[in-house]
Design a protein around this ligand. Structure first.
Ligand code: KG4
Ligand code: ZN
Length: 388
C-alpha cells in the first residue's frame, strides 16, 4: 500500500484546525487556530461566536496546513472531517468546507467521531515513535471540556470498535476545571491555569468528599460502579460526577469570605492580555492556592482511581489517557505512578495533541480510508454523536 496523505479538518468546539497525516503514522503538518481570545471575556465558549470564528479561520488554516506539509489540494488522497460530537454550528463549518473540497477535487471524504480522534492521537504518536508493540484490549479515558468517557477499544481486521463502560453523569472534568477557574476569577480556559498554580498550594489543605455518584435507578454499587439497566447487569460501569466538587468549592468560597479577593483578582487579571504564571501567582493568596491544589488533587484522584478500577475489572493490557485534561501535569504523573504499581502501561498524547487538533482526525480516518468507509455527500453534523 503506497503512502496515503489525509487532510484532516476539525471544528467541533473553539479550535479551528487542519493537519496532514501520512498513513495514520506521521504528522506532516498540524495547524490550530485557537479562539481563546474571542471567548475569554465571556469566561466560556459562546457557540455563535465560535461558528463565526471558524468561518473566518477555516480557509487560511487549511491552506497553511497544506503548505507546511508541502502538499496541495490536488495531491492529498482524502479529506477527513469531524462529524460530532460538538457544537452543531461549529461542526457544520468544517463539514461544509470538507464536502465542498471533496466534491470539487473528486476526493474521498471520511467522517470521523471527535472522541475516536482523541483515542487515535495516542495511536498516531506511538506509531510515529516506532512503537508497534501496543497490547490490546486498551482502555481509553477521554477527558476533556465536554467528555469524561471510558472506552474499551479493540481492533478487528484493521477496523476499530469501542464499548463505553463509563461516562460523567453531569459535568465533564475539564468543565469542572473551567467553572472553578471562572469562580476563582482566574480566566478561561481553566485547566492550564489551575495546572500551573496547583504546585504552589497544599493539596491536603481542603478535604473534598470523594465525588460520589447518585444513580438514577438507585441500583448503583457501593464501590462507585453503576449498573445502567438489566441488560448491562454483567458489565460493570464506572461513571464519574463532578458537579458536587464544583458546588463544594463554591461553598468553601462563601464560607471563607473570598468574594472580594476574587473580584479584585478578576479585575486585575482581566487587564492583562495573556496572564503568565507570575501574574496569576501575584494575585493569589495562600488560601486560594491551597484550594486550587486540593481541587485538582480531588479530581485527579477520582479520575485515576475509577479508571484503574475499570482497567482491572476489564483486565485490559494498556491504558490510554487523552483529551484536553490529559495535558494536566499531576494527572499524568499520578497515572504513571499508579499504573506502574499495577503493571499497566499508560500512554498519553504529547501536549499539543492532547487538546483539540486535526491530526487526530486524519489519523482516525486512515483505517476507514483503507476500508473505503467513505461518507455520503449528504451526511450532516451530529452534535450528540455516540462512539461505538
Ligand atoms: O479536548 P479539548 O481541547 O476540547 C474538548 O473536546 O473539550 O479540551 C479542552 C478542555 C478544557 O476544559 C480545558 O480547561 C482542559 O481541557 N485543559 C486542561 C489542561 N489543558 C486543557 N485541564 C487540566 N489541565 C490542563 N493542563
Ligand atoms: Zn476534544
Amino acid at each position: 500500500m503506497p503512502d496515503a496523505f489525509i487532510l484532516g479538518i476539525e471544528s467541533s468546539c473553539d479550535e479551528t484546525a487542519a493537519a496532514v497525516v501520512r498513513s495514520g503514522e506521521q504528522v506532516v503538518s498540524n495547524v490550530v487556530a485557537s479562539q481563546i481570545a474571542t471567548h475569554q471575556p465571556y469566561g466560556g465558549v459562546v457557540p455563535e461566536l465560535a461558528s463565526r470564528e471558524h468561518l473566518r479561520a477555516i480557509v487560511p488554516v487549511v491552506r497553511q496546513a497544506l503548505a507546511e506539509a508541502g502538499q496541495t489540494y490536488e495531491s492529498v488522497d482524502a479529506i477527513a472531517v469531524t462529524q460530532g460530537p460538538g457544537l452543531a454550528g461549529s461542526l457544520l463549518v468544517g463539514i461544509s468546507y470538507a464536502k465542498a473540497l471533496a466534491f470539487a477535487l473528486d476526493k474521498p471524504l471520511v467522517a470521523v467521531n471527535h472522541l475516536e480522534g482523541h483515542i487515535h492521537a495516542v495511536l498516531l504518536e506511538e506509531r510515529q515513535k516506532g512503537n508497534r508493540e501496543l497490547q490490546f484490549p486498551a482502555l481509553a479515558l477521554v477527558v476533556s471540556g465536554g467528555h469524561t468517557h471510558l472506552y474499551l477499544a479493540t481492533q478487528r481486521n484493521d477496523l476499530w470498535t469501542y464499548e463505553n463502560i463509563g461516562h460523567t453523569r453531569d459535568d465533564a472534568a475539564g468543565e469542572a476545571f473551567d467553572k472553578v477557574a471562572k469562580l476563582l476569577g482566574l480566566g478561561y480556559p481553566g485547566g492550564p491555569v489551575i495546572d500551573r498554580l496547583a504546585p504552589h498550594g497544599d493539596p491536603e489543605a481542603v478535604r473534598f468528599p470523594s465525588a460520589l455518584i447518585k444513580h438514577r435507578d438507585r441500583r448503583g454499587r457501593k464501590d462507585g460502579r453503576a449498573v445502567e439497566d438489566a441488560s448491562d447487569e454483567e458489565r460493570p460501569r464506572f461513571d464519574f460526577s463532578y458537579s458536587g466538587i464544583k458546588t463544594a468549592t463554591l461553598r468553601y468560597v462563601e464560607m471563607h469570605q473570598m468574594r472580594a479577593t476574587i473580584e479584585a483578582r478578576r479585575q486585575a487579571l482581566g487587564k492583562i492580555a495573556k496572564p503568565k504564571l507570575e501574574d496569576s501567582l501575584a494575585h493569589c493568596d495562600q488560601n486560594t492556592l491551597d484550594l486550587i491544589a486540593s481541587f485538582q488533587r480531588a479530581i485527579v484522584e477520582d479520575l485515576v482511581g475509577k479508571t484503574l478500577a475499570a482497567a482491572l475489572a476489564y483486565d485490559v493490557a494498556t491504558l490510554f489517557v487523552t483529551g484536553g485534561v490529559a495535558a494536566n501535569q499531576e494527572l499524568r504523573q499520578t497515572f504513571e505512578r499508579e499504573g506502574a504499581k499495577e503493571g499497566l502501561p499508560v500512554y498519553f498524547p504529547s501536549r499539543p495533541l492532547s487538546t483539540d487538533n486535526a491530526a487526530m482526525i486524519a489519523a482516525a480516518a486512515y483505517p476507514k480510508f483503507l476500508a473505503k468507509d467513505f461518507a455520503a455527500m449528504d451526511f450532516s453534523a451530529e452534535a450528540g454523536m455516540v462512539l461505538r
